[in-house]
Design a protein around this ligand. Sequence first.
Ligand SMILES: [Zn+2]
Length: 147
Amino acid sequence: MMEVEIKKEIVEEILKLCRFDLIFSGDEDKIVSGSVEEVCGVLIGELKENKIVVEKVRKAENIAKSPFLFEISPHDLYNAYIDAQKEGKEVVGVFHSHPHGSPNPSPLDIKGIKGTGLLWLIVGRELKAFSYDNKLNKIIELKIKIE
Ligand SMILES: [Zn+2]
């Protein structure tokens, strides 16, 4: 089974960018998103045989400026590809936040996961990772291994 490997510092950075840094502090009643709009960015790393390794994260502008959807600024996406290439890495995925809290993909997310073929990390009250499996012809949830 395909899994996502990601360092704890990177997860913390993503949560901070998505302004979900209170999530794991314990008191469920205090879990609130600090951002009304969805926050998004690009994940850079390496694709291995049965594993996607996320090594770096880059915030990107959500040009949709919406609480319900995101659209990564083409300029930021381009820069992420250049950045990855310079370091001999790859753009392995994208992340975005769900300020309402559910980490499950919306119908639009499902289209995006299928269309891009990339790893999609969704940040809500928990972290979930999805990708499209060509062989099975469906979207699968990937196991996230935090180191
Ligand atoms: Zn979404």
